[in-house]
Design a protein around this ligand. Structure first.
Ligand code: ADP
Ligand code: TYD
Length: 211
């Protein structure tokens, strides 16, 4: 029995949290065992690291420190929560995962491939089966966030940083094309949810046929 590991990626404000909750609801209606979690966070230790990372007053945080803290938070999350849930056969829905580190720290902070390497170490072989990429321009995402909530330390970065994040995701979409599903996130919440449900149902169907 092996679960399904699904991640949501994309710029801040692209609708990941909205859509992951709707997919969780759909999974529950289908009677699946589902675990909804997020990064950075998902366990007490990882949530404590999240507070350090996102505190807007930590303006002096070094980029390498930032990358290592995201990876440390992820290592604990995988070991304590994601891996055990997958081993039990659950569907794990994760709001961001290691692609976020590659896009934000690797591409936008300019730390390069070392970020992928430390994260491969952190996740110890646990990789997503599907990644829903919420495709929305950085400017549109930023406008949604600014209208909705106080911005955390990363969200407060300027538009050129967020444009670099978006460019990073476009590269990741090509590199990991087998697991990436690109979703036009500029549409209505319901249109997007319907496409994600269809893609998910299709994936489950194909997997069951293969087993
Ligand atoms: P993320 O988790 O990617 O940062 P959220 O789901 O928190 O994004 O959405 C950010 C804001 O945009 C919220 O106020 C949310 O209600 C709104 N929002 C989400 N999806 C859409 C959409 N398709 N169209 C317009 N607004 C949206
Ligand atoms: P999150 O709460 O998912 O933000 P949002 O809902 O706005 O998308 O993530 C917090 C911030 O942390 C977000 O700006 C992206 C950033 N982040 C990284 O820089 N690297 C990472 O590895 C992760 C998981 C998140």
């Amino acid at each position: 029995m092996k679960g399904i590991f699904i991640t949501f990626e994309g710029p801040d404000g692209s609708g990941k949290t909205t859509q992951i909750r709707l997919l969780e609801q759909h999974c529950k209606e289908k009677g699946y065992d589902v675990v909804l979690t997020r990064e950075p966070g998902g366990t007490p230790i990882s949530e404590a690291i999240r507070s350090l990372l996102l505190d807007p007053s930590h303006k002096e945080m070094d980029g390498v420190t930032e990358a290592l803290l995201y990876a440390a938070s992820r290592a604990q999350h995988v070991a304590e929560k994601i891996k055990p849930a997958l081993a039990k056969g659950c569907i794990v829905l994760c709001d961001r995962f290691m692609d976020s580190s590659i896009a934000y720290q690797g591409y936008a902070r300019g730390l390069g491939d070392d970020v992928r390497v430390i994260n491969e170490f952190a996740v110890q072989g646990t990789q997503p089966d599907i990644t829903f990429f919420m495709d929305l321009s950085a400017a549109a995402g930023k406008a949604r966030v600014a209208a909705a909530r106080d911005m955390d330390r990363l969200e407060q970065e300027d538009l050129s940083f967020h444009n670099a994040v978006y460019e990073g995701y476009l590269q990741l979409k090509e590199i990991y094309s087998q697991r990436y599903v690109c979703i036009d996130a500029s549409r209505s919440i319901e249109q997007i949810a319907e496409e994600i449900r269809d893609r998910f149902d299709n994936y489950v169907l194909c997997r069951n046929e293969q087993e």
